[in-house]
Design a protein around this ligand. Structure first.
Ligand code: S3P
Length: 171
């Protein structure tokens, strides 16, 4: 497995971050999140980056982070932003797992959180639900094309998905 990293890919709100933390705990690895890296690099929030500098600027930062991950990160669980797959060649960073779900299950998952409002607010591409659903449908084949492994997540909690991945990849 390249660099021995595991990459968690999927649409916004599918639960990549919590799953990364769960998997990291269970496999004694470190969890890294590309949005967190960009926020510290820019010393501001994703929401403000989109608003002040635009999406293209954000995508360029993602490419920079991808180069750094490929060169410098090993043995880690990496959760990536929903559009990060566009950097291309994710396989060079690690084993790519597509966390597949339905739009309704994702909304259900977000709405079940205590901080649902802030989870929605902080995501610029999750403001208009019609547009977000369309974006998810457009991305699905691209996620599939970028994935080494597909895991269905609807109705499962992080611990169950982590167990499934540990079993599948023999971690
Ligand atoms: C985006 C997903 C977000 C974040 C940014 C853009 C996308 O990450 O990178 O708001 O294009 O799908 P999450 O998938 O962690 O919400």
């Amino acid at each position: 497995m390249k660099n021995n990293n595991i990459i968690l890919m999927g649409f916004m709100g599918v639960g990549k971050g919590s799953l990364a933390r769960e998997l990291a705990k269970q496999t004694s690895r470190i969890a890294i999140d590309t949005d967190d890296l960009i926020e510290s690099l820019e010393n501001t929030t994703i929401k403000k980056i989109f608003k002040k500098k635009g999406e293209d600027y954000f995508r360029a930062r993602e490419k920079e982070i991808a180069r750094w991950l490929k060169k410098s990160v090993k043995n880690s669980i990496i959760s990536i932003g929903g559009g990060f797959y566009q950097v291309g060649n994710l396989h060079k960073i690690g084993h790519v797992i597509y966390l597949e779900s339905s739009f309704d299950s994702i909304l259900k998952r977000i709405n079940a959180c205590e901080n649902a409002e802030s989870k929605l607010q902080k995501r610029p591409l999750l403001q208009d639900m019609q547009k977000a659903k369309k974006l998810m449908q457009e991305r699905h084949p691209k996620y599939l094309a970028s994935a080494d492994t597909v895991v269905h997540t609807a109705g499962k909690d992080s611990a169950a998905i982590a167990d499934e991945i540990i079993h599948l990849l023999e971690l």
